[in-house]
Design a protein around this ligand. Structure first.
Ligand code: CTP
Ligand code: MG
Length: 227
């Protein structure tokens, strides 16, 4: 039974502001997407990857991943939820025996292999849904519409969520079948259908590249790893 990873990569990268889909932006000569997909396959526990590409860039994305025979490309959709849904519907053909599915943002291309393996292991051990999380380090306050603080939130039970998120494939299919609207978080859809979501430790290297500052941080991470 194989493990398949879905990589939503159809975003436009508006906040990065380079005028290119973010997944195709290079860091030291290699795109975020190539790094993310190779990272999944090299983790040793993912056999197939389905990438949701910007619909007008399918050929460019396929060429970018041509060296990776187990990477498959489908056109993505208008919202991330649409892109994941489209990639998920390709799994029946690409990896019909898959029982575990990961959903991983192309923008988290420096995720350590150990974290990917931890997520897969937890799903294989029976958890219906698994997310990597980090403690929240900033002080968190609730404010009203005028910007006045109404409460300081206890951050001890709060966690920031990363990807890859891992699922029993039947659970994710059921969650997407029930999901009508847009969600930024796949595990949130599982929660909505009553599924239990387990956590494993996240890692700072799995940061999501959203802004130019994040890209500079990623380059610094890479420089550290290469030295
Ligand atoms: N994504 C996608 N399909 C969309 C929108 C986003 O597959 N219609 C993907 C992105 O390519 C990215 C991940 O979802 O890998 C997380 O989205 P985000 O970080 O918001 O990336 P972008 O949408 O590209 O960035 P922005 O919101 O700044 O335009
Ligand atoms: Mg976006």
């Amino acid at each position: 039974m194989s493990v398949v990873a879905l990589v939503p990569a159809a975003g436009r990268g508006v906040r990065l502001g380079l005028g290119t889909p973010k997944a195709l932006v290079p860091v030291k000569g290699e795109s975020l997407l190539l790094r993310a997909v190779r990272g999944l396959l090299d983790s040793g526990c993912v056999q197939h990857v389905v990438v949701a590409s910007p619909p007008d860039q399918v050929e460019v994305v396929a060429a970018e991943l041509a060296t990776l025979p187990n990477a498959h490309v489908v056109p993505g959709g208008a919202e991330r939820t649409d892109s994941v849904r489209l990639a998920l519907s390709a799994v029946a053909e690409v990896a019909p025996d898959a029982r575990v599915v990961l959903v991983h943002d192309a923008a988290r291309c420096f995720t350590p292999a150990t974290m990917i393996r931890d997520v897969v292991s937890a799903v294989e051990a029976g958890a219906p849904a698994v997310i990597p999380v980090l403690p929240v380090t900033d002080t968190i306050k609730k404010v009203d519409e005028s910007g006045t603080v109404v409460e300081t939130v206890d951050r001890a039970p709060l966690r920031a969520v990363q990807t890859p998120q891992g699922f029993n494939i039947d659970v994710l299919r059921q969650a997407y079948a029930a999901a009508g609207d847009i969600a930024t978080d796949d595990a949130g859809l599982v929660e909505r259908v009553g599924g239990k979501v387990r956590t494993v430790d996240g890692h700072p290297d799995a940061l999501k590249i959203t802004t130019a500052f994040d890209l500079a941080v990623a380059e610094a991470v890479l420089a550290t790893e290469e030295s």
